[in-house]
Write a protein that binds this ligand. Structure first.
Ligand code: ADP
Ligand code: MG
Length: 238
C-alpha cells in the first residue's frame, strides 16, 4: 500500500498551464521530496495527488486504482498541515481524535488510536493540554498525530517546517525521518529547502516551472546532476 503513479498529469488554472505533463512513480514506503524554487508547482502537484485540486488531464493511480476526480476522503492519504491548523480551544487529545470523531468511530477505538499515536510522537504527557500550552515542535507533532490516527497509505507534507525557527527545523527534520523509519509508510514531502531534500529523501524530484528536471537519490543528484539547473539548485549554498 502506498504506491502512487502519475500519468501525463497536466494542470492549468484558466489559460495558465502550471504543470504541462508529469509522469512519476512513487513506490510503497518511499520518502519522496518534491523540491524546487517558489512558484514551480510543488504545492499544486501535492494538492493534485491529495485530490484538493482536479487534474486538467492525465490520471492518478493509488495502489493500481484510478482515483482521478475522486474526493480527497476516498484516496486514503493524509495531508499534514502546518501546526497552526490545530484547534486552539481543543485539547491535544481532541485535536488528534478529531478526524476519527468526524468518521463516528467507536469511542474506545478512538481512545486506543489516540493513545498509540501519542506514544509514537512522545505526546503522552501532553494530551490534556491545549495547543497554546505547547512548543512549536510539539504542536507540529500534534498535527502529524491527527494524520497518523487515520492510518493513511501515504502522508503528504507541504513545507511543514517553514514557520519554525532554524534550530527547531533541524530537530523536526530528524523527528519526521525517525517517524518514517518507524511507520515505513510512503511520505511525500514538499520543500524549497535543499538541505531538507538532501537529508530526508530516499528519492528527490527536482521541479522547475512545472516540469521534472530529474528524479534520483540525493547522492545521484549530487554526483550526477542531469543539467545545470539541478547542479545549481542542489549545489547552491543556503
Ligand atoms: P510552489 O508550491 O512550488 O511555490 P504553487 O504550486 O503554489 O508553487 O504554484 C505554482 C504556480 O501556479 C504559481 O505560478 C501560482 O501562482 C499558480 N497557482 C497556484 N494555485 C493557483 C490557483 N488556485 N489559481 C491560479 N494560479 C495558481
Ligand atoms: Mg507551495
Amino acid at each position: 500500500m502506498g504506491n502512487i503513479q502519475l500519468k501525463k498529469v497536466n494542470k492549468s488554472f484558466g489559460a495558465t498551464q502550471v504543470i504541462p505533463g508529469i509522469d512519476l512513480m512513487i513506490n510503497e514506503g518511499e520518502f519522496v521530496v518534491f523540491v524546487g524554487p517558489s512558484g514551480c508547482g510543488k504545492s499544486t502537484l501535492l494538492r493534485l495527488i491529495a485530490g484538493l485540486e482536479d487534474t486538467s488531464s492525465g490520471t492518478i493511480e493509488i495502489d493500481g486504482r484510478d482515483v482521478t476526480g475522486t474526493a480527497p476522503a476516498k484516496r486514503g492519504l493524509a495531508m499534514v498541515f502546518q501546526s497552526y491548523a490545530l484547534y486552539p480551544h481543543m485539547s491535544v487529545r481532541n485535536n488528534i481524535a478529531f478526524p476519527l470523531k468526524m468518521a463516528k468511530l467507536d469511542p474506545a477505538l478512538i481512545d486506543k488510536k489516540v493513545t498509540e499515536a501519542a506514544r509514537v510522537l512522545n505526546l503522552t504527557n501532553y494530551l490534556d493540554r491545549r495547543p497554546g500550552q505547547l512548543s512549536g515542535g510539539q504542536r507540529q507533532r500534534v498535527a502529524i498525530g491527527r494524520a497518523i490516527v487515520r492510518e493513511p497509505s501515504a502522508f503528504l507534507f507541504d513545507e511543514p517546517l517553514s514557520n519554525l525557527d532554524a534550530a527547531l527545523r533541524g530537530t523536526m527534520r530528524l523527528e519526521i525521518s525517525e517517524l518514517h523509519h518507524q511507520l515505513k509508510t510512503t511520505m511525500i514531502y514538499v520543500t524549497h529547502d535543499q538541505v531538507e531534500a538532501m537529508t530526508m529523501a530516499d528519492k528527490i524530484v527536482v521541479l522547475n516551472a512545472g516540469n521534472i528536471e530529474q528524479v534520483g537519490s540525493p547522492l545521484d543528484l549530487y554526483h550526477r546532476p542531469d543539467n545545470i539547473f539541478v547542479a545549481g539548485f542542489i549545489g547552491s549554498p543556503r
